[in-house]
Design a protein around this ligand. Structure first.
Ligand code: NAP
Length: 220
């Protein structure tokens, strides 16, 4: 395990420290406060992130082939199209408003055959950009395989808590990058996982520190 100061690392160092060890690889990047809040007072993760977290966030975006995100998070956080292909996971196949006009191919939808908005979303994104994985629920292991087949071997998931929990339950997470910011919020906030119980053991491989912010790289 490496214990390092973030301020001592160049961007090239971060690329090396976060290089994926094998392919395909799926990692999830999440943030919380010391008392476990995954959202700030504004109800968004943007309310708790900081400069240190942004450096690792940018590193992980730089290193990935695609970003996978739950439709709930894309809606709440107002996701726009990004530098990397964005894969939305939605049981309903609903594309959030901010992504409806994204350039063709920059947004993909991962959904299931029973999705209410399937036809509409095929029309909007193009049938080739809609990945139907499963009948009544999204088969996340199947999604990982389908994304790999498309050449997206390095996959970065950005939550949210329900999607992280489901990815863990299906055993498809290789790595969790978890930032803890030095704040306490109390009140009602989600944790970084939400949903029925899972029990996943983690192994710490890297811990970066920056003014009390801890940025950990855990392997499953
Ligand atoms: N702290 C962090 O690192 C972090 C990261 C991300 C988000 N957040 C926060 O978390 C909150 C949202 O939480 P959330 O748990 O609702 O987020 P989420 O998991 O992104 O959203 C849940 C929605 O995403 C879709 N979804 C998630 N898992 C799915 C699965 N296995 N199969 C099919 N669809 C799936 C469904 O969309 P449909 O309803 O369209 O079917 C579901 O209603 C926001 O406040 C956001 O700011 C925090």
């Amino acid at each position: 395990m490496e214990l390092l100061r973030l301020a001592d690392q160049t961007d090239d160092d971060l690329d090396r420290l976060y290089a994926v060890p094998s392919s395909p690889w799926l990692r999830v990047n999440m943030i919380s406060t010391v008392d476990g809040a995954a959202t700030g007072p504004d109800g968004r993760s943007g309310g708790i992130n900081n400069v240190a977290d942004k450096r690792v966030f940018d590193t992980l975006r730089r290193l990935c082939d695609c970003v996978v995100v739950g439709a709930g998070t894309a809606r709440e956080e107002g996701y726009q199209d990004a530098s990397k292909p964005l894969v939305l996971v939605s049981r309903r196949a609903e594309v959030p408003p901010g992504l409806r006009d994204a350039p063709s191919g920059s947004v993909l939808m991962a959904t299931c055959a029973a999705a209410e908005r399937l036809d509409e979303t095929r029309e909007l994104l193009g049938a080739d950009h809609v990945l139907v994985q499963g009948g009544h629920r999204v088969d996340l292991a199947g999604l990982r395989h389908a994304l790999t087949e498309r050449g997206f071997a390095s996959m970065l998931a950005e939550g949210g808590p329900h999607l992280l929990r489901d990815l863990l339950a299906e055993g498809v997470v290789d790595e969790l990058d978890a930032t803890v910011v030095p704040r306490l919020l109390a009140g009602e906030h989600p944790r970084i996982t939400d949903g029925p119980p899972v029990d996943v053991a983690l192994r710490l491989t890297l811990l970066l520190e920056d003014h009390g912010t801890l940025l950990a790289r855990w392997l499953t």
